[in-house]
Write a protein of this length. Sequence first.
Length: 119
Amino acid sequence: QLQLVESGGGSVQPGGSLRLSCAASGFTLDYYDISWFRQAPGKQRELVVGITNGGSTSYVDSVKGRFTISRDNAKNTVYLQMNSPKPEDTAVYYCYANERPAYGSNRYWGQGTQVTVSS
């Protein structure tokens, strides 16, 4: 079965840390750019961070310096390290895999994992 599975969500206090994982099953992430999106209640889904298959990263301004995206192709997994989270980071986080055009046009979404930042 071809799918992305997120894990690591939960409740965290402001200023704490949390690491989300996005593991691919049934396909290799080597040829995919990976992004993390989030959706808070009553808001549209927004792009938070991304990493290309070559390892280049990009971040939305609101998380720069606090969140770090990384990938371990040997484990077929992408991570989102969330440091010093804020209550406004509370959302369902989704990972998204977009195959590089040179290799194909497949796209996959994970099922989402809830992150709640509260004291």
